[in-house]
Design a protein around this ligand. Structure first.
Ligand code: DBV
Length: 250
């Protein structure tokens, strides 16, 4: 079973159609990684593949796709805008574990000012409202993560795999299309104070996600600590490694 491959098969051609898309380098050893887990009848191959692109307004568009049988499917898909745009991050965390499905979809804000919400969250609320009935609030999540989510945060734990294949897939398409609308409309920021605030907000978000990556335990078990830490800091949340060159291009 490959639950989330259709999501990628939808997203990548859409990005190509709507953006001036170019490849983003994936460090050696991270394009594809395999491990054999379990013993005897429980033996299971776990394959992680990485995908990455950029465009003139988006510094890094990247996906990590983990496939390890019916009880382990993950697609973590995040878009990091260039530092001279105040665009939110596109964040999708689509997770299937033995305990069930866990879905997070959002345009994760840099700021919480009223004007920012009006520009970047309000346009998404009709989509959020459309799905909220079928995909109800998923319950507790870490308090310290709350500042990183918008009022349109879709957070849900569907009981049925079919709901992931239908409703969640439709929601993912609508959120991604709406995000690309925001990207299309975005104008570069030139005010130096605002540029400083954007850098600070991007760092806050990315440093948090690298520090608290909920997949750290899983990756460490499969592929070891060294590979995992380098994957997190050198690919999944890599801004700190690229600060000199990204600042130059602003
Ligand atoms: N999550 C990631 C990356 C993943 C990934 C890069 C490549 O950020 C997968 C893989 N998320 C993943 C896995 C789990 C979760 C859980 C494997 C299950 C962990 C487990 O149960 O063992 C949203 N993802 C979660 C949870 C939340 C999110 C709230 C459950 C709570 C938790 O375990 O911490 N997405 C996540 C999050 C932010 C976000 C916290 C914060 C900004 O964007």
């Amino acid at each position: 079973m490959t639950l989330y491959q259709p999501f990628l098969d939808y997203a990548i051609p859409l990005l190509k159609a709507r953006l001036d898309l170019a490849p983003y380098p994936i460090p050696a050893g991270f394009e594809r990684k395999e491990a054999l887990t379990g013993k005897g009848k429980k033996e299971q191959l776990v394959v992680t593949t990485s995908h990455a692109f950029k465009s003139s307004k988006l510094r890094q568009i990247r996906a990590a796709h983990v496939e390890g049988g019916d009880a382990l499917q993950v697609l973590n898909f995040v878009i990091f805008p260039q530092l001279n745009y105040d665009l939110p991050f596109f964040g999708a965390d689509l997770v299937t574990l033995p305990g069930g499905h866990l879905i997070a979809l959002d345009m994760q804000p840099l700021f919480h000012e009223a004007a920012y919400q009006k520009q970047y969250s309000e346009p998404i609320l009709p989509i959020f409202n459309k799905y909220q009935k079928e995909l109800p609030w998923g319950g507790d999540f870490p308090d310290e993560a709350k500042p990183f989510f918008s009022p349109a945060f879709l957070w849900t734990r569907p009981k049925e795999t079919e709901a992931v294949q239908t409703t969640v897939f439709e929601a993912f398409k609508d959120y991604l299309q709406a995000y690309l609308d925001l990207v299309e409309q975005a104008q570069p920021v030139t005010d130096s104070q605002r540029l400083g605030e954007i850098l600070e907000a991007q760092r806050r978000y990315i440093d948090y996600r690298a520090a608290k990556d909920p997949a750290r335990g899983m990756f460490t078990r499969f592929y070891g600590e060294e590979w995992t830490e380098e994957y997190i800091h050198g690919f999944l949340f890599d801004l700190e490694r690229h600060i000199p060159e990204v600042q130059q291009s602003v």
